[in-house]
Design a binder for this molecule. Sequence first.
Ligand code: TXA
Ligand code: MG
Length: 318
Amino acid sequence: MDELRPAILSPDHAGLARAASLLQRGELVAFPTETVYGLGADARSGRAVARIFAAKDRPSFNPLIVHVTDRKAAERHVRWNDTADRLATAFWPGPLTLVLPLKDGHGIASLVTAGLDTLAIRVPAHPAAQQLLRAFDGPLAAPSANPSGRISPTSAAHVLAGLDGRIAAILDDGPCAVGLESTIVGLSSDDPVLLRPGGLAVEQIEAVLGQPLLRRSEVSPLNAPGQISSHYAPAASVRLNAQMARPGELVLGFGPVVCDLNLSPTGDLAEAAANLFSHLHQLDARGQPIAVSPIPGHGLGAAINDRLSRAAACRDIV
Ligand code: TXA
Ligand code: MG
């Protein structure tokens, strides 16, 4: 792969046109979404998608999320159903990914789905992501734009720090508002399953469905290979539910506590979600162990605790 510095593009007419033309040529372009920055490639091109795995050093071919402009575009690739309809009406565009069966003539490169017969698909709300999808005029496969096993990027600077020399361009439109990856719901079997907690609270989804989501642990071996426990690890060690710092530890706080960085001094979970990855990036750069204050488990707290427990997990698993 060429050791080139990525072009840093603005989300204006010229920047979007350049980003779209790089993607059309099979290059990789990182772009902002409301959740985290994605590393985009043409989802119809196996050659382009292969570059994503190379740039991220993904140890195995985990399936990727495909991004499209709207529900109509999604219906070109997957077999739609009533539940998808209700969730898309309520939450698209937004931080929700649906996993649905691929339909005949779907046109998606098999590397995107790692050979599965389902596709993870979402409609991002971020204006620059929407404009890029329209300028590109096709589906974009995009995992989070970080090296495999590292913290997801919520700014262009995070992307550059992780992937400099490996991608063609970064579309820079400032920090991501939600700050956590999308919530993933599996709709390819009878009952909807929560495959990954994320930027849309599970309670909101269950309110629309009028039923609880099954949890992954309740379903037979599920196909979400990206869910290995060390997936969101910073380089430093992470200790959860810490009431006090031990000598040498940096404290990532929540609520009115003494700490090095605070996710939300007022205890606001949406603010904490938006700050989570950038605060972890900042503390990680200082090279000391990190202790994290207790964080409630409701609403976005479920996804925050999920990411933190992965960050704290043993790193022996690649
Ligand atoms: O917010 C997000 O979802 C971000 C932005 C860029 O859209 N993307 C993201 O992608 O987080 P990534 O690759 O880091 O995570 C995708 C997750 C992985 O855990 C993968 O295993 C799962 O989605 N996944 C993809 N396709 C799947 C499928 N067909 N069935 C089950 N899980 C799937
Ligand atoms: Mg990721």
